[in-house]
Design a protein around this ligand. Structure first.
Ligand code: GFB
Length: 318
């Protein structure tokens, strides 16, 4: 594996998607590096090629982190396939091409563990990519993210660009989306447990059977892994970033209820989709380079709950 050191000192680092959970965590983490952080406001629509080109022409970043994406939980993915495919294809294509045109020295593209086949071997190694059919609830998003990996690889091969990709597992933490119709499971459970406790309810609803297993990583660990890769990785293959352990949704719900202080029952709505049954990624590649996550699940959930409470108090109608 080719691993020259890339020095971030003094570099102009553009974090695309800085208002999202992932982008804002990367901005926080980059605060500890001696670099200049660039962001673009919402007036720059990343789906529009000209808007992206104009922004690059004015700002000329040295490094680009592609954390901008249309994201959502299982229901949102299943309900808005066109947006999940189109928006993500446009965002990544515009950012990758502008990075080449305007001479960015390094690009980090972020994908998702749903790029892997539904029945991939567990833990999933990076080379399981494109070896089988995808999980139908999120294949639109997955196809867009696979295209992003391939674009980065194609630019490396044809133009010799130092573009790399990282595949995070299911993420959670401060800055999450708590809208129950579009959120992922962790923020949904935090909100449901919190509201049930406040209302003295006797149960909360869990989608699906509770048997699917997911691997969760605190977004601050992800941000640390991203900065690690920016500084020390330069190769074709994408790199998994996970926590290394998974948990069933039923077990997760119990843990969240315990942390929130809600002791009612769990009601499983089996008319809702389970999605893929398991997607634990192999972290061997990044571990062999010397990086490991630090935040334990219970500690991370407690942190996410504090962030939820801040958000909830600031905007009571989340
Ligand atoms: O987090 P989640 O929406 O995403 O759902 P995926 C994970 C599991 O939690 C599924 C269950 O089995 C859900 O049925 N679940 C239980 C719930 N209760 C709830 C709830 O109240 N809300 C939600 N959202 N789920 C997404 C993909 O898949 O994960 C994306 O659709 C992306 O493409 C992302 O990869 C990381 O893990 O199923």
């Amino acid at each position: 594996m080719n691993s020259p050191q890339f020095d971030l000192t003094g570099k102009r680092v553009y974090v695309a998607g800085h208002k999202g959970m992932v982008g804002s965590a990367i901005v926080r983490r980059l605060g500890a590096e001696n670099c200049e952080i660039l962001t673009a406001d919402r007036s720059v629509d990343l789906r529009e090629q000209k808007a992206v080109r104009d922004w690059f022409a004015c700002n000329a970043p040295d490094v680009v982190v592609i954390a901008a994406a249309k994201v959502g939980g299982i229901l949102a993915n299943d309900s808005f396939p066109a947006e999940f495919l189109y928006d993500n294809l446009m965002i990544e294509a515009n950012l990758i091409e502008a990075s080449r045109q305007y001479g960015a020295q390094k690009v980090l593209f972020l994908g998702s563990s749903c790029i892997y086949p539904k029945f991939a071997p567990q833990p999933i190694p990076e080379d399981a990519l494109l070896t089988g059919p995808l999980e139908p609830t999120n294949e639109w998003y997955a196809i867009a993210k696979i295209a992003g990996i391939k674009l980065s690889q194609a630019y490396r091969r044809q133009y010799n660009c130092d573009f790399i990709s990282a595949m995070p597992t299911n993420l959670y933490g401060p800055g999450d989306n708590y809208d129950l119709a579009s959120s992922h499971v962790m923020p949904a459970l935090l909100r449901k447990a919190h509201e049930a406790k406040a209302a003295n309810a006797d149960s909360i609803e869990i989608w699906g059977t509770g048997t699917p297993r997911r691997e969760f990583l605190h977004v601050d660990d992800l941000a640390d892994g991203c900065v690690f890769l920016l500084k020390s990785y330069s190769d074709m293959e994408h790199v998994n970033i996970g926590s290394g352990t998974d948990i069933s949704i039923a077990e997760l719900a119990k843990l969240v209820c315990q942390i929130v202080g809600f002791d009612g029952a769990l009601r499983f709505d089996t008319s809702r989709p389970d999605g893929t049954l398991r997607k634990l990624m192999s972290g061997d590649r990044i571990r062999s380079m010397g990086w490991t996550p630090r935040i334990e699940l219970a500690e991370g959930i407690a942190d996410a709950y504090r962030a939820f409470l801040d958000h909830y108090v600031a905007t009571p109608k989340v």
